[in-house]
Design a protein around this ligand. Structure first.
Ligand code: PA5
Length: 432
């Protein structure tokens, strides 16, 4: 059994004191009690808390069997969804799937770019690729995935005939509401239910995230087991024993000291979409009532060569959170070279993971000396189990963090503003 997620706060010592942590602890305690007593804002959307424990082996088996069936009849599996109905699945697949698993998946419905969809239509029409679809939308009415699905369903009808679509289309949506549910029932498509009490960005551990992950060959049993173990660890109201609570406390302390931007960065490009998922989770959960820590993300070391200058010497309103793998396997060693024309002999025999680790350590030190507080979330290794832990860790942390700052983590009323204006422009009935 691995140690599980750790939070390394060594480089915070000049910015967050023991007194700061002690002073905010009553607010952490209050947030904790609101959450466990289910008396806080958005209390009808707390299903995610016990989701890992409540997810039965039978449910996972049903998801896995569906994924096997889809894989068996397809060269390409199209995942249609946006926001919370997209990012978690993408994060899991990019972090863990083999090249073969990843290449089998095509994500769409997460933008309104026609050329992107045309690329898919060309593949569907080409005739040499068999295609299945998992369309995901809790409300069943979101414009981007709904429009994409109408176009894709139309193309599949032409390719296979309307009667064959039942074998190729799976819907993940609300148990009774929304246009997608109506459509799925009327066409007889297989459906998975997104629980009422689990909001979009907290739904990665439901079929929303698990079915696409299973389609790409990711071990969903391990994801849920990891989340389960994390749920247990992150249930104690003790900052020293519960890193999710410590992380939530630190964010709020730093925010009150003027650090209004949090930059999440990893040193592994395979975690890029973890940061995308995290951005939505924290941005939509906390950005309200005129308060917010702006969640930004970078891929290091790549972005150290584009954002490093700003991080080191720009406005001192940033703090950083790194995600690091504790037990990364050494690979890809620098070979010997007698001529040494590139002056790299000092690295001879060193692996890229070792060099990367030194870059991480150097960044922690340099940025902290430059006035950027940083802490590190250490995952044991890049596995499905660790990913389950990470998903749950951030969900718990954002709930506590938002309650500390006094906002409802589980709604997103602001997202409607652009939609209303867009519907008016598009002439949607009832939107004049
Ligand atoms: O967190 C949320 O609720 C949102 O980001 C939704 O996930 C996103 O808008 C997609 O909504 P839906 O699943 O209803 O299509």
């Amino acid at each position: 059994m691995t140690k599980g997620i750790q939070l390394d706060t060594k480089y915070l010592k000049d910015f967050v004191s023991e007194e700061d942590l002690a002073a905010i602890f009553p607010e952490v305690k209050n947030a904790h009690s609101l959450l466990v007593s289910k008396r806080g804002l958005g209390k009808d959307f707390l299903g995610w808390i016990d989701l890992p424990v409540n997810t039965s082996k039978d449910t996972l088996k049903e998801i896995e069997e569906c994924a096997e069936q889809m894989k068996g009849c397809s060269d390409l599996i199209v995942i249609v969804g946006i926001g919370g109905s997209y990012l978690g699945a993408r994060a899991a697949i990019e972090m863990l799937a083999s090249d073969e698993g990843r290449e089998k998946i095509f994500f769409t419905g997460n933008n309104l770019c026609g050329e992107h969809l045309e690329k898919l239509l060309d593949m569907i029409e080409a005739g040499n690729k068999d295609v299945s679809v998992n369309v995901i939308s809790k409300s069943g009415t979101t414009t981007e995935p709904a429009v994409a699905f109408r176009i894709i369903e139309d193309a599949l009808k032409k390719k296979y005939g309307p009667n064959k679509l039942k074998d190729r289309i799976v819907c993940t949506t609300d148990k009774e509401r929304g246009a997608l549910k109506k459509l799925a029932d009327s066409a007889g498509y297989k459906s998975f239910v997104i629980p009422d009490d689990t909001g979009g960005r907290f739904s990665v551990l439901t079929p929303v995230g698990l079915l696409p992950a299973a389609c790409a060959g990711v071990n969903i049993y391990d994801i849920v087991n990891g989340a389960q173990r994390c749920a247990e660890r992150m249930s104690v109201c003790d900052i020293d024993k519960n890193p999710a609570y410590k992380y939530a406390a630190i964010r709020n302390i730093l925010y009150r000291k003027g650090k209004v931007i949090e930059l999440l960065a990893s040193f592994d490009y395979r975690l890029h979409f973890i940061a995308e998922w995290w951005k939505q989770l924290f941005g939509e959960s906390e950005g309200k009532a005129g308060r917010s820590i702006f969640p930004a993300a970078c891929d290091f070391t790549t972005d150290l060569h584009s954002m490093g200058q700003l991080m080191q010497q720009g406005q001192r309103n940033i703090f950083e959170t790194f995600i690091i793998e504790g037990n990364e396997k050494p690979c890809c060693k620098v070979p010997a070279n007698e001529e040494n024309l590139d002056d790299l002999n000092y690295l001879e025999g060193k692996s890229l993971s070792f060099i990367n680790k030194q870059a991480y350590l150097a960044t922690c030190e340099a940025h902290s000396e430059g006035g950027v507080p940083n802490s590190t979330i250490v995952i044991s290794e890049r596995t499905a189990f660790s990913l389950g832990e990470l998903f749950y860790f951030f969900e718990k942390a954002v709930a506590i963090s938002a309650y500390i700052s006094g906002v409802n983590p589980f709604d997103q009323p602001g997202v409607e503003a652009y939609k209303k204006k867009m519907f008016k422009l598009l002439g949607k009935p009832g939107n004049n």
